[in-house]
Design a protein around this ligand. Structure first.
Ligand code: NAP
Length: 249
């Protein structure tokens, strides 16, 4: 069997890094993208290479059309035809109420989380669609359980951006279903990664875990497992679907 090629945006840390390493163990040739943390990206690539896998890292801001086009060009050139895309790169900003949010913050959050996912999905569909000469493929978007809960008093903007990702997942799945492409999403709950530090509260998972029915935070690998299942042929009749990896929340 020929190897499959996967692009994981924001694969330098957290859920993206765990997904990249798991994908490599399943035989994927991996491209991770990152925004600025080159050392973290290099570490993920090195771990995959050390284990006998194939991996590259490319710096690219997913909210920049130019960068996204360059990123996909790098995958074409270095790894070959893309089979799988994980729209994982995502941000949130300091916890605050909606009444305190300004336009700059809203633009940044929506540019990375929504525009970035759309641009990457666009480039993937252009390559994967059987209507365009491609051989099909699979896309998984990282949404959040916040899309259903709304994240009041923390980041309603982030929650709304993830609700946009849910709508995009449903619509794009239907748009390309007959062209060999499946589109699904995972909604993580509170997962131990550095994203909570960006919200101003590195210890957030431990604060909120009592509100999780399972009474604990999740690990990045628990999310990665769901992502890899959705990408796999085992999910061959699954599209426009969601897996909540949120401990029952
Ligand atoms: P994280 O630890 O903060 O890592 C974020 C990753 O995204 C890093 O690799 C970062 O690159 C990259 N990134 C950020 N902005 C980018 C941009 N504009 N262009 C390209 N890459 C960018 O995040 P995480 O917790 O693993 O979250 C991953 C995804 O899961 C996100 O979409 C997040 O919303 C979602 N999620 C997370 C949780 C959770 O509790 N952790 C819950 C629900 C959903 P650098 O390393 O270069 O900065």
């Amino acid at each position: 069997m020929s190897r499959k090629v996967i692009l994981i945006t924001g694969g330098s840390r957290g859920i993206g890094a765990a997904t990249a390493q798991l994908a490599a163990t399943q035989g994927y040739a991996v491209c991770i993208s990152y925004l600025g943390n080159r050392a973290a990206a290099d570490e993920v690539v090195q771990a995959i290479l050390n284990a006998g896998g194939e991996a590259i890292a490319v710096q690219a801001d997913v909210s920049s059309q130019e960068d996204v086009v360059r990123l996909f060009g790098a995958v074409d050139q270095s790894l070959g035809d893309i089979d799988a895309l994980v729209n994982n790169a995502g941000i949130l900003e300091h916890q605050m109420r909606v009444e305190d949010m300004d336009a700059g913050r809203l633009a940044r959050v929506f540019a990375t989380n929504v525009t970035g996912s759309f641009l990457c999905a666009r480039e993937a569909v252009r390559r994967m669609s059987t209507a365009r000469g491609g051989r099909g493929g699979s896309i998984v978007n990282l949404s959040s359980i916040a899309a259903k809960l709304g994240a009041p008093n923390e980041y309603v903007d982030y929650a709304a951006s993830k609700a946009a990702i849910d709508a995009m997942t449903i619509g794009l799945a239907k748009e390309v279903a007959a062209e060999g492409i499946r589109v699904n999403a995972v909604r993580p709950g509170v997962i131990y990664t550095e994203i909570h530090a960006s919200g101003g509260e590195p210890g957030r998972v431990d604060r909120v875990k009592e509100a999780v029915p399972m009474k604990r935070g999740g690990d990045a690998i628990e999310v990665a497992n769901a992502v890899l299942w959705l990408l796999s042929d085992q999910a061959s009749y699954t599209t426009g679907s969601f897996i909540d990896v949120a401990g029952g929340r």
